[in-house]
Design a protein around this ligand. Sequence first.
Ligand code: FMN
Length: 191
Amino acid sequence: MKFCVLMASPRPKGNTVELLKPFLAELEYHKSEITYITLSDKDIKPCKGCYTCQNVSDEYGCIQQDDVADIMNEIIACDCVVLATPIYSWYCTAPMKALLDRHFGLNKFYRSAQGSLWEGKKVAIITTHGYDREYGAGPFEIGIKRLCEHSKLKYLGMYSVRDEDDLVSFQTEEAVNGAKAFARKILACEY
Ligand SMILES: Cc1cc2nc3c(=O)[nH]c(=O)nc-3n(C[C@H](O)[C@H](O)[C@H](O)COP(=O)(O)O)c2cc1C
């Protein structure tokens, strides 16, 4: 399976990266192909809401000159998108939110162009948060589930660990084994 991992923490040695380590190691062990993108290194402009992409068929079709078209091409080329983010203000961080808004050009639902450039892709979440899972990460999961339903993507679930003691929280046997098990669960999803 081909993965596109979108990492949205601004901390290159932070909790989310730490939690991703065993997850990625397990995917690699099973010979998965992985494209890893650190979103804070990328130029991701906010959506202008111009709807130009909705009149362009068969390609992403956004007029903005930044890194998003390349990221979208990686999404189009993969089987499974992994949204890896800390929770900031009950949602993902700003670069991921800007990218999610820019998904519009993948869904040709609103003007003359028709169809989808990503229908059927799998989507999974890996997240870290300060509050407990439901209170901290629940709203983000609800938003992503809704996006998947609307865009006809296959939502595979969320693996999350609470930040109770900074990096140490993500290095426990439970956190590491959970991340590996989540990777195996995704690899086993054939639907
Ligand atoms: C600006 C900011 C906003 C945050 N907002 C939330 C929040 O709304 N809910 C929550 O559960 N945790 C929140 N947190 C805690 C982080 O999600 C948590 O510490 C996370 O593990 C940080 O991951 P990182 O080291 O990969 O950046 C926030 C942290 C920061 C710095």
